[in-house]
Design a protein around this ligand. Structure first.
Ligand SMILES: Cc1cc2nc3c(=O)[nH]c(=O)nc-3n(C[C@H](O)[C@H](O)[C@H](O)COP(=O)(O)OP(=O)(O)OC[C@H]3O[C@@H](n4cnc5c(N)ncnc54)[C@H](O)[C@@H]3O)c2cc1C
Length: 412
């Protein structure tokens, strides 16, 4: 029977980050098991992979900063000569709707935490990003009434933020893992978790083989509840896979100038470019659009809805008025795993000795992944190294009381 010191279940961005962070600081024998045929088959492959700093809680800002730091220095972090992924430093523009104080307040707070931001008024916005309309009125989605665009507010620009291609990042981490003697096993599904006297003994695979290990890390994304059940773990938290829709359309020549990643808080959409600026990706930041529960992550509707397309594009046309009403629209859906109790993940040991969780990352998991890997690897190995986070693993403990937070959407 094969045996490992640590088995990570799931080769998404969280599982591969954890495995790499353990491998780069220890000689522990680690395996990553992935039921899919290749990288990025779960949430990570569908991710918009936006790396922004602003969160409500300062601890989350620090974790985002630590994660983004690794993505910005990806070659050094992964120790690969030619990594596939690179950081697209497009900047992230927050448009707060008609709240006149929000941008200045957040600018002061984030600067205090070491994040480079600036506040842009309407004129500065028009000069820097001519394609973007600064209007603070939310389009009327019920009656479709037109309005005269107006309003003045401060907008917040995170200068060092951006995005990464998510599948390339997972591929890089897998390569880095393999170079450091981590066994990466695709087409390998863990379906039985062996526990004796409340201690992990090992696991059983789909094909009937058994692997022995004292430590399993559940990084199975939207499938996490299946492994809780397999381990006989009954947690007091409601981790729910939900369907998330994303729309893509080509970027026409009419849209001039640089378009940063934009979070339109008033209207409830976000968008960014990709493919060297040639394509637009747009999705929602509304809590209502993050609550379509999916009972089986292996079977859900992956095409987008017509209603979502109409609403989202209507809001996008308001924000990018030069965008013509022509061009092919495509859509795709992926899964968030939302912790319905406090919208923050659960990371660390469970009440079963040797069964650890890294689950419930909603729309945050991509940017946080290097920092989550760091906090888990520090807790397991006791070793600190470069790109480590100072936020302790207890922050996301399964034992915590739910974090009190007003915004329960992806903007939490
Ligand atoms: C549409 C969308 C947009 C997003 N945008 C952003 C964003 O802009 N910024 C950001 O930071 N985050 C974003 N996220 C969130 C982020 O992508 C996720 O939080 C993150 O990818 C979760 O990674 P994971 O490794 O936990 O899960 P996954 O990527 O789902 O990986 C889990 C893996 O486990 C495997 N697995 C499951 N069960 C088993 C088993 N029993 N045995 C073996 N393997 C198993 C699965 O096949 C899967 O590959 C977005 C997510 C979506 C869906």
């Amino acid at each position: 029977m094969k045996s490992y010191d640590v088995i990570v279940i799931g080769a998404g961005i969280i599982g591969t980050s954890i495995a790499w962070q353990i491998a780069r600081r220890s000689t522990l024998k680690v395996a990553v098991l992935e039921k899919g045929t290749g990288p990025g088959e779960g949430s990570s492959g569908a991710s918009s992979a936006i790396c922004r700093y602003r969160y409500t809680l300062n601890e989350m800002v620090s974790l985002a900063r630590d994660g983004i730091d690794a993505y910005q220095n990806w070659q050094q972090f992964t120790e690969l000569k030619q990594p596939r992924a690179s950081f697209n430093n497009d900047g992230v523009l927050w448009m707060p709707g008609d709240d006149p104080d929000w941008a200045n307040k957040e600018h002061r707070r984030l600067n205090g935490l070491g994040i480079a931001t600036e506040v842009l008024d309407n004129n500065e916005l028009a000069e820097r990003f001519p394609a973007i309309n600064s209007c603070t009125i939310v389009p009327d989605l019920i009656h479709g009434e037109d309005h005269i665009c107006q309003g003045h507010t401060g907008n917040l620009l995170e200068k060092d933020a951006g995005y990464v291609d998510p599948v390339s990042a997972v591929q890089d981490l897998l390569e880095a893992c393999k170079k450091n003697n981590v066994d990466v096993l695709f087409n390998t599904q863990a379906n039985e978790i062996q526990v004796r006297g409340n201690r992990i003994q090992g696991l059983g695979l789909d094909g009937g083989q058994r692997i022995s290990t004292p430590l399993i890390i559940n990084a199975s994304g939207p499938w996490c509840r299946q492994l809780f059940r397999a381990a006989g773990l009954d947690i007091n938290w409601n981790l729910q896979p939900v369907r998330i829709q994303v729309i893509y359309r080509d970027r026409p020549v009419e849209l001039k100038g640089h378009i940063p990643v934009t979070i339109d808080m008033g209207s409830g959409i976000y968008f960014r470019t990709q493919n060297r600026g040639q394509q637009l990706l747009v999705s929602s930041v509304r809590e209502e659009d993050e609550r379509e529960e999916v009972s089986d992550p292996d079977s859900y509707v992956t095409e987008h809805d017509a209603e979502f397309e109409h609403r989202t594009l209507h809001l996008l046309h308001h924000r990018l008025p030069a965008l013509p009403y022509r061009g092919k629209i495509r859509g795709n859906c992926g899964l968030y795993t939302v912790n319905l109790d406090d919208v923050h993940p659960l990371v660390g040991p469970s009440e079963i000795d040797g069964f650890w969780l890294a689950n419930g990352f909603s729309g945050h998991g991509f940017k946080l992944a290097p920092a989550i890997g760091s906090m888990v690897a520090q807790a397991i190995t006791g070793v600190k190294t470069s790109y480590d986070t100072e936020i302790p693993i207890s922050f996301f403990s399964i034992e915590r009381n739910p974090i009190s937070i007003a915004d329960k959407s992806v903007l939490a």
